[in-house]
Write a protein that binds this ligand. Structure first.
Ligand code: EPU
Length: 421
């Protein structure tokens, strides 16, 4: 198992290329199951989660080849296997997004129920409610969801839940509705840029979707979809992580392939705490020259502040000049990073879904444990600025969602090494 060894203290300076978005690429890869012919995707990041999805598509009869620069070709050659087995799904929860495409295209899907994970319980009741509304019969057997339908029928569906909209639930129901008979209206749809990107890919395949990016999606079903070519949007979470790295180290980082238009809540919050963020054509520059101000933040579905940057922002606020309150409204238990940040000298008190962060003058390097993807990123950020050496165990969590993070950080001047046990 690999670990990262980081010597903290250096300023980050230079340019970094932001990869294509993991959370856009995963449902788009799954949606390629809907088309006839060979789909081409550009800007697909080379990540453990993407490799899991490629293996899963292989199980489901697709041939996938990866070229240079994130180009992937996907063609479905055998539609006889529609079972996403537990062994795959337990490694990557996003495997659930094959459910809608398989059901719509093949009339049946058997997908292992994903369990919870380090960020909390992760139900799929809304995915199933949406697919039932389209006329699917849903059964549970041996821990698998079995969904069947001769032909799905368009319907009006309210897809909101206790924590707001659901991103992959919207992806599943929208993908399934593209081949349904008649018109589907999804109300309280997720508005995330990754959903817009999926809708753009589906539209290129021949789907008829209106309202992507708003809470109301209208989908007119078509008879069949073709393969299509598409370029995945830049990863706004990776971009936010590098902006925070620049701010923490009083550095200056230019982010190429960065869409700040997808990051208004993030840029707004960073500016509130004193980070300088400037936008140029397709790039952004993040820098900081002074001690940062505290801030209160609440995570919310898009366009609110993303839960996927909550842990990284917490690291930043551990060094702000005063008290900050961070409230998690999407995954109220997503605070595994708190205990590890405490080991590095942070002052954080948790009260229910809120963490009160009191800024300290300095973090101190320590051996810490990565628990999930974004918590690991928060620990890497802490290691970059801490006094002395930080060792982060279990970095396979970070490899799930950040492409070559240690190489990108090293190119900016960070002292970070990957060490294999
Ligand atoms: N929820 C339900 N019922 C459902 C589905 C969700 O109650 O059927 C609840 C969840 O428990 C949660 C909230 O609704 O409280 C939002 O969950 P959502 O379904 O939107 O999450 P997701 O689609 O499973 C995606 C991302 C996550 C990201 C969330 C929220 C992918 C592959 N995953 O998950 O990304 O945190 O949206 O933005 O797109 C990550 O990249 O580190 C990551 C965890």
């Amino acid at each position: 198992m690999d670990k990262f060894v980081i010597q903290g203290g250096g300023r980050l300076k230079g340019e970094v290329e932001i990869s294509g978005s993991k959370n856009a690429a995963l449902p788009i890869l799954a949606a390629a199951l809907l088309g006839e012919g060979t789909s081409v995707l550009n800007g697909v990041p080379d990540l453990a989660d993407v490799r899991h999805m490629v293996d899963l598509l292989g199980d489901l009869g697709a041939e996938v080849s990866r070229g240079d620069d994130g180009r992937m070709e996907i063609s479905v050659t055998d539609e006889s296997h529609s079972h996403a087995e537990y062994d795959r799904v337990r490694k990557m929860r996003a495997s659930i997004c094959v459910l809608g495409p398989l059901l719509a295209r093949r009339g049946k899907a058997r997908v292992a129920m994903p369990g919870g994970c380090a960020i909390g319980s992760r139900p799929i009741n809304l995915h199933l409610r949406g697919l039932r509304a389209l006329g699917a019969k849903i059964d549970l057997d041996g821990g698998d969801v079995i969904a069947t339908a001769d032909r799905l029928r368009g319907s009006s569906i309210f897809l909101g839940g206790p924590f707001g909209s659901t991103v992959l639930g919207t992806a599943n129901v929208m993908s399934a509705a593209t081949l349904a008979q008649g018109t589907t209206v999804i109300e309280s749809a997720a508005c995330e840029p990754e959903i817009v990107d999926l809708a753009n890919f589906l539209t290129r395949m021949g789907a008829k979707i209106r309202g992507a990016g708003s809470p109301r999606l209208v989908i007119e079903g078509v008879e069949a979809l073709n393969a299509a070519e598409h370029t995945v949007v830049p990863d706004r979470i990776e971009a936010g992580t590098f902006m925070i790295a620049a701010a923490l180290t009083n550095g200056e980082v230019t982010l190429r392939n960065c869409c700040t238009d997808h990051m208004m809540a993030v840029v707004d919050k960073l500016r509130e705490v004193g980070v300088i963020v400037e936008q140029t054509n397709g790039a952004a520059v993040a820098s900081s020259v002074r001690r940062l101000e505290p801030a209160d933040v609440t995570t919310q579905p898009y366009p609110g502040f993303p839960t996927d940057l909550q842990a990284q922002l917490m690291t930043l606020l551990t060094l702000a000049d005063g008290n900050s309150a961070i409230t998690e409204k999407v995954f109220p238990d997503r605070f595994m990073h708190v205990a590890e940040l405490l080991r590095m000298g942070a002052d954080i008190r948790k009260e229910g879904p809120t963490a009160i962060v009191t800024g300290v003058r300095q973090l101190v390097g320590a051996p810490v444990m990565a628990s999930d993807l974004r918590a690991s990123a928060a620990l890497v950020l802490a290691g970059l600025v801490a006094r002395g050496q930080t060792t982060i165990q279990r970095v396979y969590h970070i490899d799930r969602g950040y492409e070559r993070i240690e190489l990108k950080l090293r190119s900016l001047g960070a002292n970070i090494e990957r060490v294999s046990d």
